[in-house]
Design a protein around this ligand. Sequence first.
Ligand SMILES: NC(=O)c1ccc[n+]([C@@H]2O[C@H](COP(=O)([O-])OP(=O)(O)OC[C@H]3O[C@@H](n4cnc5c(N)ncnc54)[C@H](OP(=O)(O)O)[C@@H]3O)[C@@H](O)[C@H]2O)c1
Length: 254
Amino acid sequence: MENLIGKHFVITGGTSGLGYALTKVLLERGAKVTLLVRSMTKFKQTFFPHNTHLLQAVQCDLNSAEQIKRLDFAHATINGLIHSAGLGYFKSISAHSEEEMLETYRINVVHFNILLNHLAHSFSEHPYIIGISSLAAHSTQAHSGHYAASKAAFNQVLNTYRLEHPNYHILTVNAGPIRTPFHAKADPTLKYATQVDKLMLDPDKLANQIIIYMLRNKAELNAPKWLNSLLKLYQLAPRKLERAFPKLFNNKKE
Ligand SMILES: NC(=O)c1ccc[n+]([C@@H]2O[C@H](COP(=O)([O-])OP(=O)(O)OC[C@H]3O[C@@H](n4cnc5c(N)ncnc54)[C@H](OP(=O)(O)O)[C@@H]3O)[C@@H](O)[C@H]2O)c1
């Protein structure tokens, strides 16, 4: 596959899960990578198997708009921005604390926007913008309301951005469950993760697929495909299906 020597990517969420897998793929292909990390200690403890001389990290807690706006890429050219940082709390809407609710929208959508605007001056002419979203953007369930809403908003921002910047290659990745530390944070009881264990996507395989889609200038990657097709059916009669198959819409709660 095509190498990425000389290309510079900025990645959020690169110290864990899918963002970590994407970082490994890009480094292996010879890209220069800058990670935005909230913890330099965690970054230093994270093992990257390939081309670590091409890797650097900059401290930035994405919860803080001030820290994002202090990032200085004035003398750098950015060929790609990957927003993989993200989180959700799998609990009822009423059980979310105010801070959990705000954090979900900040990291998943609002502060991504602030980051995008802030870095735009350093983008190359045809930058890749990859947003790691979720199939939850297509359909909500009990106990994932704010997560699904934030991802739906994220997708619409990316779709609008694609229309407003035709010279950008924007790829939205809508993923089903992925085998990452995300689940232990979203629901420490791991009830949902246990239910969907057999369906979990492998982050390394998904990362490779994302880079292939990126290089082909695709606009969307939905994985797994069968789950995305089911969700398309759901769009045809959402309220009827919610009544007919209540279990499917409550499996984050049970
Ligand atoms: N796992 C799934 O089942 C699944 C399914 C669909 C979509 N997704 C989406 O995939 C993306 C990647 O998630 P993942 O599964 O790889 O989860 P993960 O392993 O929990 O990784 C999340 C990353 O986000 C970073 N992050 C969170 N808050 C941050 C903050 N305030 N400042 C800076 N970085 C912050 C974390 O930093 P630390 O390393 O410091 O914790 C971590 O690197 C997310 O957007 C998620 O919504 C996940």
